[in-house]
Design a protein around this ligand. Sequence first.
Ligand code: CDP
Ligand code: CDP
Length: 252
Amino acid sequence: MRRVAGENGPTAIGARLAIAQSPCQSAARMNRARAYSSGPVVIAVDGPAASGKGSIARALARHFGLPHMDTGMLYRAVALTMFRFGGDPASEFEAVRACEGVAQIDPTDPELRSEVVGSIASRISTYPGVRAALMDRQRGFAGQAAGAVLDGRDIGTVIAPNATVKLFVTASAEVRAQRRVRELLERGMPAHFEDVLIDIRSRDARDSGREAAPLAQADDAELLDTSEMDLDEAIEAAIKLAENKLAALAKA
Ligand code: CDP
Ligand code: CDP
């Protein structure tokens, strides 16, 4: 069965199989979010590149027993399709056509995480046509009865504006560039700090400056600056913020 880049968790959408399922969750963890709310809990995690939002979102999904979607993988899958099959990222028409190829991409393909693919993803994600083509998939995931955790750039503002919990995760550009260099080297990919820092800054500027669904902190999102935190500390802080918010909502 076809796997779809970016989807991960216990619930499949329609005929598509959820990919890379989280390790089997214990019964106690399953639907821990239900302890706070009888309705579906949706957690939106937004932030710039290498802020840690993906790792935090996966940890929140494990903690609360919720399915997770890494929406950046959808944009990266479109970018990889264009990179492989020669589409021109300067053409919105070609980028929209490449959205049809998302389901063909293997979500474990290491090239999805490469800087060149991230950079093309940042360019093609400025096109309203591309964002529209990928929107139903994301909103469908956010709207499932089991609840969901989604991470990206516009989850709290556009995809799931009524999310139960919203986090905006950030860190200084230098810290994020160091993290990305370490990550790329660990994956056996070439990485130079200065190049990665330039790329991160230009992606920040493009993601925040575009007209269609720019990267922005939602008014009701909690800010989590992880510049001075290691990953475990950042995850712990995110879980605490989410639990506090859910507890406050349960009391209200
Ligand atoms: O992991 P990293 O933050 O570097 O990137 P990503 O989340 O995989 O996203 C790759 C690119 O897709 C970003 O630079 C954004 O331009 C775009 N994206 C977006 O526009 N909206 C989203 N919800 C997610 C990603
Ligand atoms: O999804 P996003 O691009 O925002 O970040 P990520 O993929 O979760 O994290 C990028 C890299 O930074 C990973 O190798 C994380 O382990 C690392 N990281 C870290 O060292 N310290 C943090 N506080 C957050 C992430």
